[in-house]
Design a protein around this ligand. Structure first.
Ligand code: PGA
Length: 253
């Protein structure tokens, strides 16, 4: 199977009507062969699941899940709940959750396990802060996030995961990593997973880049051999920009 995909992370934006309008435009404009995942606000997942029926290039993700299966956790959403809606993907460990909600690798590892238990594919985010990069710690940070968040998984689980490398300094800042910087870390991640799980498993895993992807810079990023696609925040809220980004990874035939 191809490793290519493009994921939109809408975060806490858009109304339900805006969401449907955007999805409709994307579904109409990109190739039938494109693979697009929309991480929508939790409240929209159910109506959007109905709305995407027949739109074969569009899939849905949640932006977060609780690490327990059920119980007294007011306001939270569990993996079995997402599964009961037929949601296929879920973002885990986005830097905004690591920073604002203090989510640690140990909890993220539990979330990842919950998702696999209920047949949902995690999109696991890693990435260093500017300070960590400037101190030369990028690889150490990424290694720790992967080891503690994912290395408890079995071969048949990890080969189904999606990993997004999102340097914190590039998210929402307009300052993307250069294709060379991103490629370097992506190649490192694949090598690190190869060391633990072997090449056959590591080769299955899509590695996405995220952080200030735009219609202008997407192509140069996606052309790199270790960059399989993107996790797109701001630019995924505008239909024209997002369509251009998808087309950069899935050119019209
Ligand atoms: P951005 O966000 O594209 O707005 O930088 C990316 C993300 O947070 O996933």
């Amino acid at each position: 199977m191809s490793r290519k995909l493009v994921v939109a992370n809408w975060k806490m934006n858009l109304t339900l009507e805006d969401s449907k309008d955007l999805i409709q435009k994307v579904a109409n404009s990109v190739s039938f062969h494109a693979y697009v995942v929309i991480a929508a606000p939790a409240a929209y997942l159910h109506p959007l699941k109905d709305f995407i029926v027949g739109k074969k290039n569009i899939h849905l993700a949640a932006q977060n899940v609780h690490h327990e299966e059920f119980g007294a956790f007011t306001g939270e959403l569990s993996a079995p709940m997402l599964a009961s809606l037929g949601i296929e993907y879920c973002i885990i460990g986005h830097s905004e959750r690591r920073i604002h909600f203090k989510e640690k690798n140990e909890i993220l590892a539990q979330k990842v396990s919950q998702l696999f238990k209920h047949g949902i594919c995690p999109i696991y985010c890693v990435g260093e802060t500017l300070e960590q990069r400037e101190k030369g710690k990028t690889y150490d940070v990424v290694k720790k996030q992967i080891k503690e968040g994912l290395f408890h998984l079995k071969d048949e689980e990890i080969e189904q995961i999606i990993i997004a490398y999102e340097p914190v300094w590039a998210i929402g800042t307009g300052k993307n990593a250069t294709p060379e910087q991103a490629e370097e870390v992506h190649a490192f991640i694949r090598k690190y997973i190869t060391q633990k799980y072997g090449e056959e498993v590591a080769d299955e895993i899509p590695l996405l880049y995220g952080g200030s992807i735009t219609a202008q810079n997407a192509k140069s990023l996606f052309e790199k051999p270790s960059i399989d696609g993107g996790l797109v925040g701001g630019a995924s809220l505008n239909a024209e920009d997002f369509i251009q980004i998808i087309k950069a990874n899935f050119p019209d035939k």
